[in-house]
Design a protein around this ligand. Structure first.
Ligand code: USQ
Length: 503
């Protein structure tokens, strides 16, 4: 699998600057150029001495690309991470730095502020950015070029991008919390402003400063919702053989964006981003992978595990804790695990370490100019009640914890029983992704970290931020308990998720 991108060419390479007599803006997404004598020529930014040539050199033949564990990689590739201080951003910065990329990044520390607004903190302690940067240099020899910038400050972002001239841009600088976006009008508007308008600004800056860079944009599986019909969740765009049949007539749906049915104002912001990124690729020949990522969980990557100063954050409060992380935190605190409603909701999941592997692979296999593509970044589908069972099982078997499960009134408006079929073929088949960690393995690692005395103390200090008080209805009231039960005492009910990974 190592050479999965060997046959890609300069056409995909962000170092290739387009020349020639082609009006890209007029071509739409078509590569068929009708203009007389039109020919796509490029100039290599890294080797301008080569002059103009056709974009046909493969990664395996180009001396600027070298083979590594994730396929061919552009030497010292310049990757800019927007939102580098976050749960994912920091882990990715270290991984890319370790692989030899020149990493730069921006952050305005909004995530730290939002968690503080909730009255909580990251239970795994993290350093201030200056100390993180210092530790990254000392431990891994990585120099990260960091600037404190809000993505909404387009002038500063433009200036920094112009200085760095990134070859790939990872966009993590969005508020990731559904509950935060449902608190009230102020919070909903702030989330949509930052996420939607921030991304729109990034697109305009890229058009002017870094049109050949690939944009790796974080979307969410929650854009699709969970259709009650069980219709498969394709990777953002209908496959060529999908069709719509109606009143005896039939049309192809191939190539069209699939329906979206977001489940919070936060998820709506991601849907709007999808359209904005899609359009920018069409209008300006930008290129992007839009990642529909499942619910993330975990604490581990090799790089963050090396030194306590390199840890990434871990939230468990009702706004920023995701379900698996919250369940492990609750188990450590001796609280019954909080299932919202029936617990038959099925979601797509991926561990932090696997998500980072996917990101690296996507960064090293850039899309073509004008290409907007979607990947479903998922490694397993689980029912919320099954996750509670798995956490309780690992907690008991490996750490001797007696854990109970509680069903509480669902603070959200969501279907609590539904089928779910997810297609996630591109990452394993086109990018070489191989799942490295199971849910149980990562849950075990999480227990190991959260049971450390310092971390457990930080958990106990913020225990009061766990129970959900933010309801989709707008009511501010803690959810009442519906039932408390012993793990393993329930019959299996409802649907099972179907994950389609085959070619
Ligand atoms: N849930 C519980 N108990 C809890 C917390 C959550 O039963 O204590 C349930 C929720 O009702 C929901 C599911 O677990 O059905 C997932 O909730 P979550 O809070 O873990 O995840 P969600 O709000 O969907 O959002 C998270 C990330 C978001 C990302 C999304 C991927 O915060 O950034 O976009 O996962 S996805 O869910 O596929 O949309």
């Amino acid at each position: 699998m190592a050479c999965i991108n060997a046959k890609k060419t300069c056409w995909n390479c962000p170092a290739a600057k387009f020349k020639g007599n082609v009006d890209f803006t007029a071509c739409g997404q078509s590569r068929n150029i009708e203009a007389e004598n039109a020919q796509i020529m490029i100039e290599c930014r890294r080797r301008p001495g080569l002059g103009h040539f056709e974009p046909t050199i493969t990664f395996e033949d180009c001396p600027e690309w070298e083979e590594g564990d994730y396929g061919y990689m552009l030497k010292n590739m310049k990757v800019m991470i927007l939102g580098i201080d976050g749960y994912l951003g920091w882990a990715l910065a270290l991984k890319l730095g370790k692989l030899g990329c020149k990493v730069s990044g921006v952050d305005n520390y909004w995530r730290r502020d939002c968690v503080a607004e909730k009255g909580s903190h990251t239970v795994v302690p993290i350093e201030r950015m200056t100390d993180r940067l210092h530790a990254a240099r000392e431990v891994h020899g990585i120099d990260i070029n960091f600037r404190r910038i809000d993505v909404m400050d387009r002038d500063k972002l433009r200036e920094f991008m112009d200085e760095v001239k990134p070859e790939a841009i990872v966009h993590y600088a969005e508020c990731p919390s559904a509950p935060y976006s449902m608190v009230d009008a102020k919070h909903a508007i702030k989330v949509q402003e930052n996420n939607v308008l921030g991304t729109l600004g990034v697109l305009f800056i890229m058009k002017d400063i870094a049109p050949e860079a690939s944009l790796i944009k974080l979307g969410t599986m929650g854009e699709y919702g969970a259709p009650l019909t069980g219709r498969p969740l394709f990777e953002g765009i209908f496959p060529s053989d999908a069709a719509l049949e109606w009143k005896g007539r039939k049309w192809s749906l191939g190539g069209e964006l699939t329906p979206r049915d977001p489940v919070s104002f936060y998820h709506c912001s991601k849907v709007q981003d999808t359209f904005n990124v899609y359009e920018a690729c069409k209008y300006w020949w930008l290129r992007s992978y839009d990642i529909m990522q499942g619910v993330i969980y975990g604490v581990h990557t090799d790089e963050i595990a090396t030194d306590p100063r390199l840890k990434t954050r871990f939230d468990m409060d009702e706004w920023f804790g995701t379900v698996v992380n919250r369940f492990v935190a609750q188990a450590v605190l001796g609280m019954p695990l909080t299932i919202y409603g029936r617990g038959e909701q099925i979601r797509a999941f991926i561990a932090l370490d696997d998500a980072m592997q996917c990101m690296v692979r996507l960064i090293f296999s850039p899309p073509e100019p004008g290409q907007y593509d979607v990947v479903n970044q998922v490694s397993g589908l689980f029912k919320v009640s099954d996750i509670a069972e798995a956490v309780a099982r690992v907690g008991k078997e490996k750490f001797g914890l007696e854990i109970k499960i509680q069903r509480i009134e669902n603070p959200r408006v969501e279907s609590e029983k539904h089928p779910l079929e997810v297609v996630s073929k591109k990452l394993p088949n086109e990018f070489g992704f191989e799942q490295g960690v199971t849910l149980e393995k990562e849950v075990e690692r999480m227990f190991e970290v959260l049971l450390q005395p310092e971390v457990k103390k930080r958990l106990e200090e913020k225990k009061h931020t766990i129970m959900p008080k933010t309801r989709w209805s707008g009511m501010k009231k803690e959810s009442g308990t519906l039932e408390v039960y012993e793990p393993g005492s329930k019959e299996k009910e409802g649907f099972e998720g179907v994950l389609r990974r085959g070619a």
